[in-house]
Design a protein around this ligand. Structure first.
Ligand SMILES: [Zn+2]
Length: 258
């Protein structure tokens, strides 16, 4: 009998915990986006929709992805606004260190209002993932540091300070080369220092490519990837100085050292 009571209490706690988050999504539908939300204030939801539209234009312009067809009606992107970090992690089934996630194929973004720099970082970052993948296509195989770096380049502050973080890592011996980063996968259990280093290096190297060699060349690289070229081939044919990822790594480290 005693066991039964204990079991019932445990069971109720579990049920209680999962039902603490609202399950019903409310919808705010506009021409280019549908925002799903639970308890987020409506004016916040409106601002998310409006800002996303502005970012869409800014990012396509910023990346030089011209003649990019818009997301209208049936092709609208969907943005899910969870109530808070806990709701996002528990009901959204996301990693505790993550603040937002994009599934480019379904054009879905999941995040929450207090996510790190919601309007300046998280929102343009996740939109950047979708726009970039739509441009290069879903078959293109690219290193994840490149994919993340492009998304970070859309953030307002472009992960300002990323170069310094990488310089520190070089000095203290924790730096990972691009070839090492290419085989690093980030999981729920990955330690924060490695996650921070991964993102800082990704932002730093993409910023280096775009700022030092120009946007035009970068767009040419993206076009090659879109055409199905392997990443190292595309790199070699557009940036003749870099025969492979290792050459890019050396030039980037040298640039940070100067
Ligand atoms: Zn990302």
């Amino acid at each position: 009998m005693k066991i039964k009571i204990i079991l019932m209490i445990v069971f109720m706690c579990v049920v209680g915990a999962s039902s603490a988050f609202a399950k019903e999504w409310k919808e705010y539908k506009r021409q280019h986006f549908i925002v799903y939300y639970k308890n987020a204030p409506f004016d916040f939801v409106e601002t998310v929709e409006e800002t996303s539209g502005q970012y869409y234009l800014e990012i396509t312009e910023n990346m030089g992805f011209t003649r990019y067809k818009g997301w209208n009606w049936d092709e609208r992107a969907k943005i899910y606004i969870y109530d808070n970090a806990e709701d996002y992690v528990v009901t959204g089934k996301q990693a505790g260190w993550s603040h937002g996630v994009a599934s480019p194929r379904d054009k879905v973004i999941r995040t929450y209002p207090s996510a790190h720099g919601f309007f300046d970082s998280t929102l343009p970052h996740e939109l950047g993932h979708i726009i970039f993948r739509e441009f290069i296509g879903f078959k293109a195989r690219i290193p994840s540091w490149f994919e993340e770096g492009v998304a970070m380049h859309q953030e307002k502050a472009r992960r300002w300070g990323a170069h310094d973080t990488v310089r520190k890592a070089i000095a203290d011996g924790t730096f990972k080369s691009l070839n090492e980063l290419s085989i690093t996968s980030l999981r729920r259990t990955t330690n924060r220092d490695l996650i921070n280093l991964f993102y800082a290096e990704s932002a730093s190297v993409v910023n280096f490519l775009i700022n030092e060699y120009g946007k035009q060349r970068f767009v040419r690289l993206c076009r090659k990837l879109k055409d199905g070229d392997r990443f190292s081939w595309a790199l070699d044919s557009v940036y003749v100085r870099f025969k492979n990822i290792d050459d890019l790594n050396k030039a980037w480290v040298k640039y940070l050292d100067d």
